[in-house]
Design a protein around this ligand. Structure first.
Ligand SMILES: NC(=O)c1ccc[n+]([C@@H]2O[C@H](COP(=O)([O-])OP(=O)(O)OC[C@H]3O[C@@H](n4cnc5c(N)ncnc54)[C@H](O)[C@@H]3O)[C@@H](O)[C@H]2O)c1
Length: 447
């Protein structure tokens, strides 16, 4: 164990950073008009009064605005990081000092501390959790199943020290959870399929106002931003290999092309591969792309997408990074094993020497947009976190009526969020006339 008390009110780097965190959180707030409106309603209605929420999210300025919204709704909130490198320490300080949020997160925390922080968020005794990658729910389900050997060290130590009654109470107290990202939703659906979920999940990622914007435009822009901040490389004229042409991959491919790169896409899904081809990208196997790329980025949610057989044929100076949820998209252990030397050559850039050629790995293969840049712009997180806030409210309002399965928010929520966003952007759209509504519901008129 790390010696950090599980019931400590917070565990952050430095409280004196709070002023800067406040300034930056307020800057993000300016671009979050939808969340601001929800916050104002929550402050009046207090839909989460008396609830305890444990959130495992990237500790960024946008997340701070979500936390402040949950507090306005009346909740007690604990927050730990969903990635060891994505925490903004000034934001953590601001949330602790000015909003009474129990933050357990420090940028660059080691493996042990990362899981101690998750344990602290669980020890907080939540009624609801918010996950980005299903780590909290995963730990709760392992506990419920008695699979303590599968829990990460500090969480395992905490659970082992609890009585059977305390473990049951910790799990049964949780009435629902929300999930932010594709990888988390995949894991939660696997739990639902095995019939082990003990409470309902709202898959925020599956809202159209989330994945179509956050995953595509957010990831597209912020991934390029992270790569540029880490390397200062010129994208124009480079050959950029994008692995995965889902929502995130589409976004990055689009933005890299816009910046002047020749973009190669790799895929395993025939339809997605065809879509990339018809969107005008080169599509080929990773085995072939490995010999061509100057820059590689994985965004698949899968494991070992780039592995030793690929590293072995890359050009000298090839840059490798990942913007999918986990760093296992890159087989970094395989790379280390085949390297004759490795060294840090710049912040966020580690050089491996393979057969005399240099391969540069960014940010330990962790989410490059959050590790080396600030994550998604606030304007797009406005919609994602509007979904998160409304999902927490939905779970409370529908407590006891939802099956222990993975649910989506109703489509009206997408319509509400998109309408508010359009209004905030000063853009209008048409509404159906009564005649059109009737026509679209009929089969026998107007043909
Ligand atoms: N960087 C961020 O801030 C951010 C934001 C949102 C989501 N994510 C994460 O990014 C990942 C992708 O999310 P998404 O919403 O685009 O998912 P998605 O399901 O829309 O797309 C993933 C694509 O990767 C493809 N793929 C799977 N294995 C592959 C392989 N071996 N080689 C090439 N392609 C492969 C799939 O066929 C699919 O088309 C997930 O891990 C998600 O959690 C990251």
């Amino acid at each position: 164990m790390t010696g950090i008390a599980l019931d400590a009110p917070h565990h952050i780097l430095d409280l004196t950073l709070a002023d800067e965190g406040k300034r930056r959180t307020e800057w993000a707030e300016r671009s979050m008009p939808v969340l601001r409106q929800i916050r104002a309603r929550f402050a009046a209605e207090r839909p989460l009064a008396g609830r305890r929420l444990s959130c495992c999210l990237h500790v960024t300025t946008e997340t701070a605005n979500l936390m402040i919204t949950l507090r306005a709704a009346g909740a007690e909130v604990a927050l730990c990081a969903s990635n060891p490198l994505s925490t903004q320490d000034d934001v953590a300080a601001h949330l602790v000092r000015d909003h009474g949020v129990h933050v357990y997160a420090i940028k660059g925390e080691d493996h042990e501390t990362y899981y101690t922080h998750l344990a602290q968020a669980l020890a907080f005794g939540p009624d609801l959790t918010q996950d980005d990658g299903a780590d909290l729910v995963g730990a709760l389900m392992m506990t419920a199943l008695g699979r303590l050997e599968d829990l990460s060290g500090p969480i395992r130590a905490m659970v082992e020290a609890m009585s059977a009654e305390e473990r049951t109470a910790m799990v049964s107290r949780v009435k629902g959870s929300t999930e932010e990202t594709t990888t988390g939703v995949i894991r939660l659906k696997a739990m639902a399929k095995e019939g082990i979920l003990r409470f309902p999940i709202l898959a925020v990622n599956d809202s159209r106002t989330k994945h179509m914007f956050d995953n595509r435009y957010g990831t597209g822009q912020s991934t390029l931003d992270g790569i540029i901040r880490a390397t200062n490389m010129l994208i124009a004229g480079s050959t950029t290999v994008v692995a995965g042409y889902g929502w995130c991959g589409r976004g990055l491919a689009m933005r890299a092309r816009g910046a002047g790169a020749t973009v190669i896409v790799t895929e395993v899904d025939a339809v997605a591969a065809l879509e990339a081809k018809m969107d005008g990208f080169e599509v080929m196997t990773m085995a072939e792309a490995a010999t061509r790329g100057d820059l590689f980025c994985t965004l698949t949610g899968n494991m070992h997408v780039i592995r030793p057989e690929h590293f072995a044929v890359m050009k000298d100076g090839a840059i490798i990074c990942n913007s999918g949820h986990f760093n296992i998209e890159l087989d970094l252990e395989g790379l280390a094993a085949m390297s004759s030397a490795r060294s840090d050559v710049r912040d966020f850039v580690e050089e491996f020497v393979v057969n005399g050629r240099r391969i540069l790995v960014l940010a330990e293969g962790r989410l490059i947009n959050l590790a080396a840049a600030e994550g998604h712009p606030a304007s797009v997180m406005d919609m994602s976190f509007a979904n998160q806030a409304l999902a927490a409210e939905y779970l409370v309002r529908h407590a006891g009526t939802l099956e222990n399965a993975v649910h989506r928010l109703p489509p009206e929520v997408d319509t509400e969020i998109a309408t508010l966003k359009m209004a905030a952007m000063g853009a209008a759209f048409d509404v159906l006339t009564p005649e059109q509504t009737k026509y679209l519901a009929s089969w026998d008129s107007g043909t």
